[in-house]
Design a protein around this ligand. Structure first.
Ligand SMILES: NC(=O)c1ccc[n+]([C@@H]2O[C@H](COP(=O)([O-])OP(=O)(O)OC[C@H]3O[C@@H](n4cnc5c(N)ncnc54)[C@H](OP(=O)(O)O)[C@@H]3O)[C@@H](O)[C@H]2O)c1
Length: 240
């Protein structure tokens, strides 16, 4: 597992919902609309706490949309904290191959794109993204997440909510770039070898697996809300 160099990066909070058998969507890899209204409110709270939200292109293709902050109390709290009205909603898409008719592009939120030079070229003149972070080719093999996150931090994103999917989560965890994990366990079983899990990619050998500390747990109407902290984040990384 790669170790993050001591770059200033945002505090990264992963928020996901999964089935009891550890799937974040069904085998068709569509939108994951299986959690409760309570879980959606919990997710909106985490989004509202962040300066930026990061998700993968696979997730945007599944939903076509993103979760904005709508609850008036959460909007007021953002104003009181002197945050922008909405966090910047950032998609990681190396190819930039995203459909401009997605509702995401009409939502009243600032949008960001983390991509390659070719991916950026498609979007540069459209004005649909307020921020495009073009990652030099040398930093895409593999993707240099500490460096990318340092660019986000330099742009004023001190708290980043990471919303999946499994491929993107694996990328950041492999660099020890995630500090907090909020996982909602939902009372259903999805199964299926092709269904995404919270962390896909190559996986970790047991000896090198990120270790977690349970911070809190609560059960609400059949769902279990878990908060873990990642114990082996390098010191300094993720400090706001
Ligand atoms: N339950 C939950 O809380 C939750 C949350 C989020 C997502 N999900 C589910 O997770 C699924 C999406 O997760 P995901 O892991 O498929 O996608 P993802 O992590 O959202 O995005 C994958 C990204 O990886 C990039 N990529 C780089 N190399 C790749 C390669 N060799 N093959 C494929 N992609 C590559 C893709 O880039 P390009 O854009 O260039 O293709 C894409 O942007 C959806 O079913 C969604 O509903 C569930």
């Amino acid at each position: 597992m790669a170790i993050a160099p001591n770059l200033p990066i945002p505090h990264v909070t992963l928020v996901l919902a999964m089935s009891l058998d550890g799937k974040i969507a069904d085998a068709q890899r569509g939108a994951a609309r299986f959690s409760s209204a309570a879980d959606l409110a919990h997710l909106e709270e985490k989004v509202a706490a962040a300066d930026g939200v990061l998700f993968g292109g696979g997730t945007l293709r599944a939903y076509g949309t993103t979760l904005s902050v709508r609850h008036p109390d959460l909007v007021t709290q953002r104003r009181q904290r002197q945050q922008t009205e909405q966090p910047v909603q950032i998609v990681w898409s190396p190819s930039g191959n995203l459909d401009p008719t997605f509702r995401y592009f009409q939502q009243p939120v600032p949008r960001g794109l983390v991509t390659t030079a070719a991916g950026a070229h498609r979007w540069r003149k459209t004005g649909l993204f307020e921020h495009i972070w073009t990652v030099p080719e040398a930093k895409t093999q593999p993707w240099d997440w500490p460096w990318i996150l340092a660019q986000l931090k330099a742009a004023g994103i001190h708290h980043l909510a990471l919303l999946g999917g499994g491929r993107l989560t694996a990328e950041l965890l492999s660099y020890h770039c995630v500090q907090d994990i909020f996982m909602t366990v939902c009372p259903l079983i999805l199964g299926g070898e092709t269904a995404p899990t919270p962390v896909d990619g190559a996986g970790f050998l047991v000896a090198l697996a990120p270790r977690l500390q349970l911070i809190s747990h609560r059960a609400v109407a059949g769902e279990v809300f878990l908060h873990y902290q990642v114990r082996n984040s390098p010191s300094g990384a993720g400090n706001p």
